[in-house]
Design a protein around this ligand. Structure first.
Ligand code: NDP
Length: 280
């Protein structure tokens, strides 16, 4: 069994981006800019946003950190997004979810210029992903493909089974795998005979949000297992896969933490750089 090292791959991507950013800066005198928008004081969201801004600086991007109080109105937030849309120094806009209940998240996401939608959640980018010509694709799913590529895992012709059909992980990763010529099956809570389906997987992506959901009986020998789940059990982070028994059968497997998690932020930065390069 090979342990897929997401920390290492993420660090390599970030160092490539750092080098490319420095080169572009010396050539153009400009630098990529990422705006993060946080509304309220949710501690987990605050940690995510702080980390994104930290990495932003490390890579050499300009960061536009917008931390707004919980009582910010929808109109005020829409006004801020308008400003960021119009600001040429801002290449990417990331609105940290969840937003407070009095703000309609969909309305906010729709207001982001699709060309600055580095999360890849705007319906225009979702549509482009479905058609197969998106510049900006969601970060976690794109990070999963980057991991498969880094480990030279063949995707074309393989049976990829995706557990979960959310708009942020399940559906987009299924599209990306399809684009890479996998035969894709998407499973969800109403899937019948789940174990029979998952046992056919050459590549199994678990994005369910339930600790230890994927048992060793659900995987065949040699399967590539990608665990997207982030669950907290007794204060400890754990994935959707029952790691120890499954790792005894898997060909390659991602740990939690240290697998898919670190990839998301690297791909967010990669998306920001892509937008910047498109403006040169
Ligand atoms: P959602 O809750 O939006 O989706 C979960 C999916 O799992 C749904 O499609 C649901 O089916 C399916 N599901 C639930 N129970 C079962 C079951 N018994 N059998 C089969 N399918 C089931 O979660 P997300 O996609 O947002 O996230 C999934 C996990 O990934 C979470 O742990 C989350 O924290 C983590 N995550 C990690 C990221 C990272 O950077 N590593 C980024 C994003 C998420 P149905 O649609 O029928 O309800």
């Amino acid at each position: 069994m090979v342990l897929i090292d997401g920390k290492k791959v993420s660090a390599e991507i970030r160092s490539r981006l750092t080098k490319e950013t420095a080169e572009l800066k010396s050539k153009t005198g400009r630098m990529p800019g990422l705006a993060t928008v946080l509304v309220g004081e949710d501690p987990a969201s605050a940690v995510y946003v702080r980390n994104k801004n930290k990495i932003c600086h490390e890579i050499g991007f300009q960061s536009f950190e917008q931390n707004l109080p919980a009582e910010t109105t929808e109109a005020q937030l829409l006004g801020l997004i308008d400003e960021l849309n119009a600001n040429d120094a801002v290449n990417g806009i990331l609105v940290q979810l969840p937003l407070p209940d009095h703000i309609d998240s969909e309305k906010i996401l729709l207001s982001i210029d699709p060309e600055k939608d580095v999360d890849g959640f705007h319906p225009i980018n979702v549509g482009k992903l479905a058609i197969g010509n998106a510049l900006l694709t969601p970060c976690t799913p794109t990070g999963i493909i980057a991991l498969l590529d880094y480990y030279d895992i063949e995707i074309a012709g393989k049976h990829a089974v995706v557990l979960g059909r959310s708009n942020i992980v399940g559906k987009p990763v299924a599209h990306l795998l399809l684009q890479r010529h996998a035969t894709v099956t998407i499973c969800h809570s109403k899937t019948a005979n789940l174990e029979q389906v998952t046992r056919q997987a050459d590549i199994l992506i678990a994005a369910v949000g339930r600790p230890h959901f994927v048992t060793s009986a659900m995987v065949k020998e040699g399967t590539v297992v990608i665990d997207v789940g982030i669950n907290r059990v007794d204060g400890k982070l754990t994935g959707d896969v029952d790691f120890t028994p499954v790792s005894e059968k898997a060909g390659l497997i991602t740990p939690v933490p240290g697998g898919v998690g670190p990839m998301t932020i690297a791909l967010l930065m990669e998306n920001t750089l892509k937008v910047f390069k498109a403006t040169l």
